[in-house]
Design a protein around this ligand. Structure first.
Ligand SMILES: NC(=O)c1ccc[n+]([C@@H]2O[C@H](COP(=O)([O-])OP(=O)(O)OC[C@H]3O[C@@H](n4cnc5c(N)ncnc54)[C@H](OP(=O)(O)O)[C@@H]3O)[C@@H](O)[C@H]2O)c1
Length: 244
């Protein structure tokens, strides 16, 4: 299949080029960036799949452009609102067009969320610590938010953390559905997350570390292989990775 990579010169765009370079199933027919006209480039290159790895500011508009061009979107950029997601899903459904929004291409991170959901059946208390490089602009990470949402969705009797007086505001982190999330931003770190479950006399810790951007390659290939077989826009790699 013919693939266009948008944001090709960025960190993730270069990872995508590495992933698809010389892959028998895919041909990179265009590499675009901020200065290019995406709609025109899709038309000229006859791209069937468009991978967007740009920024949260442009991801929604780019996805609209890709859908209108009837190419399969694979969106790695993060930062969609619920309203935007609903609109994009409706557009794809109307066209029976397969697409994927993948906030995390790392198989390990996707599996960590899956395992966290399992643990949440048995542990009522959970906290998340995520750490990223100093240039990450948003906090907490999309993966941390998704983990908290999934844990919250599975817990039957949510245990409220005991109320604490914060001597320093924010000391207990941000909170999603009573699950505290703590964000660290430091040089020397790429991306990592720990989910710590607590119960009587024991803790269970799930830990995931990203060593370099190669961790996204298997997930990106998986998405490229799966997207043309879909007839709607799906969210998250787990929709094609984990059979329910
Ligand atoms: N799904 C995942 O697994 C995953 C993992 C890591 C990161 N991400 C996300 O992927 C995106 C890219 O991350 P990155 O680390 O590769 O960032 P990056 O190194 O800054 O690269 C972004 C690239 O996109 C280009 N760009 C920005 N706005 C654009 C637009 N409107 N149209 C076309 N190209 C545009 C940039 O060009 P300029 O240099 O000219 O601005 C740059 O070449 C971010 O949204 C990030 O949050 C996703």
């Amino acid at each position: 299949m013919k693939v266009l990579i948008n944001g090709a010169q960025g960190r993730m765009g270069q990872m995508a080029q590495t992933a698809l370079h010389n892959h028998l199933d895919f041909e990179i027919v265009a590499k675009t960036g901020r200065k290019d006209n995406l709609a025109q480039a899709i038309q000229d290159s006859k791209a069937e799949i468009v991978i967007d790895l740009t920024s949260s500011d442009s991801a929604y508009q780019n996805t609209l452009t890709i859908i209108k061009a009837k190419a399969h979107p694979i969106i790695g950029s993060t930062g969609f609102t619920e309203e935007q997601l609903t609109e994009l899903k409706t557009l794809c459904k109307e066209q029976k067009l397969g697409g994927m929004i993948v906030p995390n291409f790392s198989l390990g991170a996707v599996l960590m969320i899956h395992f966290a959901k399992e643990a949440a059946r048995y542990f009522q208390h959970a906290e998340i610590i995520e750490a990223h490089h100093e240039n990450k602009k948003d906090a907490p990470s999309g993966t941390a938010l998704k983990t908290a949402q999934e844990i919250a969705s599975i817990r039957k009797n949510i245990a409220l953390p005991v109320e604490t007086t914060e001597i320093l505001p924010g000391a207990r982190g941000g909170s999603l559905d009573t699950i505290p999330i703590h964000s660290i931003r430091l040089p020397g770190i790429l991306a990592s997350q720990k989910v710590i479950f607590g119960s009587m006399g024991e803790t269970l810790t799930l830990s995931h570390d990203t060593v370099n951007c190669d961790c996204y390659i298997p997930g990106l290939i998986l998405a490229c292989k799966a997207v043309s077989g879909l007839s709607e826009l799906v969210y998250g790699l787990e929709s094609v990775l984990i059979s329910r």
